[in-house]
Design a protein around this ligand. Sequence first.
Ligand SMILES: [Zn+2]
Length: 83
Amino acid sequence: MKCDELLAALNAYIDGEIDPQVCAELSRHLEGCNPCRVVIDTLRKTITLYKGEVPYELPPEVHARLHECLKKKWQEQFGQSVS
Ligand SMILES: [Zn+2]
């Protein structure tokens, strides 16, 4: 799995609908990729915050904002744009 593939998989991750196999690949990638770990950490914290209030449902606009934020982070980390 490459970094941009991981970013694509994050959508499912946020929704909690991630395929177990994808999840395993994701974990494997994270073991060897520090920038991606940072992004996932941020994501986990955001999800945990939301979990405190509502049962694991991100409002669509928050969802969108989170994606924008992650994309920006990715660009900062890798110096290139991903879509
Ligand atoms: Zn990576």
